[in-house]
Design a protein around this ligand. Structure first.
Ligand SMILES: Nc1ncnc2c1ncn2[C@@H]1O[C@H](COP(=O)(O)OP(=O)(O)OP(=O)(O)O)[C@@H](O)[C@H]1O
Length: 365
């Protein structure tokens, strides 16, 4: 039985020093939910609180409506998968997965049925009788996943489960983990510092920094409408530039340079001030007309599907621009270009608070 998980104003201290000071968060039943943030931001601390390994100094954690603060880890019915998957090397794949069920004194034929089913779900049935040492890292991680899921936990916790795998396998395994999670439907809390991995697997993501949740949303929401500059920088790549919002002829415009203004009248009526603007590299177009922000190509990097350019603007700033590769040669350093900005996809932030001016409107598509 999958559960909802709620943090209500939770406080965590280590040696009297608060690392989480009043955090609230709701994770839905059956959801694949990821805690994402830089090292030391408190992801593992939250995960360990769900598992019951960490004491809580204030507030409540609930599963459905039941307060869990004082419930021991053994009584929470939680499955866990970590980067060191701690498989028993002396047991076959089948016996690794059956281990927990045998401890629960479940009848033999039921164990067999459940193990067979789960091995099927994680697609390692053909290795049922193999010893783990003869399996690849990805296959071993599937054993660890099977071993957790077979117990039919209320909650599945995964802490950087893919970080020991090589780059290509990580990509394959994250697809697999997402599919398996959707198939079994267990509420899952996943910890990673890898934003691309978080985007690939999650239904929703909480972006954290210094023990504080910065934003909760679907991968698309946090990419397209980051709540603040931190999220904007942490998710994907972006250029942050400071520019003036002005009223010109009674229309709201953003002054990109002396010859290029973006009309934002249909997007914001936000007075006049200096703001921070986030423009993702793929939201620039190198113009073949005379319109656009003036710049000079500094260098190009050919990456197959895309070419990355560093472009120096007339005020000396460098911006990163991505264009799809075409059959032609990339533009050479020294080439003068004009950059157009896709105004539908830019984000505007208040200068001081660094909060998104547009957050909460219906403009994110
Ligand atoms: N047992 C502990 N005793 C004291 N301080 C701790 C302890 N565990 C974690 N911390 C501190 O709490 C903060 C959050 O740590 P946590 O391990 O939750 O971060 P994280 O986001 O999981 O980081 P990482 O990605 O590096 O694992 C850090 O400042 C860390 O130094």
């Amino acid at each position: 039985m999958s559960v909802t998980i709620s943090f209500n104003n939770v406080i965590k201290k280590y040696n009297d020093k608060p690392v989480i000071s009043g955090l609230s968060l709701d994770i839905k039943k059956g959801e694949f939910f990821t805690l994402l943030g830089p090292s030391g931001c408190g992801k593992t601390t939250l995960l360990r609180m769900v598992a019951g390994f960490n004491s809580i100094e204030g507030g409540e954690i609930t599963f459905d409506d039941k307060v869990m603060n004082r419930i021991t880890p053994q009584h929470r019915n939680i499955g866990m998968v970590f980067q060191n998957y701690a498989i028993f090397p002396n047991l076959s794949v089948k016996n690794n997965v059956a281990f927990g069920l045998k401890n629960r004194k479940i009848p033999k034929d039921e164990i067999e049925r459940r193990v067979d089913h789960i091995l099927d779900v994680v697609q390692i049935s053909q290795f049922k009788n193999s010893m783990p040492e003869n399996l690849s890292g990805g296959q071993q991680q599937r054993i660890a996943l099977a071993r957790a899921i077979v117990m039919e936990p209320n909650v599945l916790l995964m802490d950087e489960p893919l970080s020991n795998l090589d780059a290509k396998l990580r990509v394959d395994m994250r697809e697999a983990i997402k599919l398996i999670q959707h198939e079994v439907g267990i509420t899952t809390v996943y910890v990673t510092h890898d934003q691309e991995e978080a985007m690939a697997v999650s239904d929703r993501i909480a972006v954290m920094n210094s023990g504080v949740i910065q934003q909760v949303g679907t991968p698309r929401e946090i990419y397209q409408r980051p709540a603040n500059i931190f999220v904007s920088n942490f998710i994907g790549r972006t250029n942050i530039v400071e520019r003036s919002l002005k009223k010109v002829d009674n229309r709201q415009v953003l002054i990109m340079d002396e010859n290029y203004q973006i009309d934002l009248d249909d997007i914001t009526q936000y007075a006049e001030e200096i703001i921070k603007v986030s423009i993702r590299p793929e939201e620039f177009t190198i113009s073949d007309t005379s319109e656009g922000m003036a710049g000079v190509i500094q260098h190009n990097v050919f990456l197959g599907i895309n070419v990355h350019y560093t472009v120096q603007l007339s005020n000396g700033e460098n911006v990163e621009v991505t264009e799809e590769s075409t059959l032609g040669e990339p533009l050479e350093p020294g080439t003068e270009v004009k950059l157009l900005v896709n105004k539908e996809k830019i984000n505007l932030f208040h200068y001081e608070s660094e909060k998104n001016i547009l957050e909460g409107d219906s403009y994110a598509k």
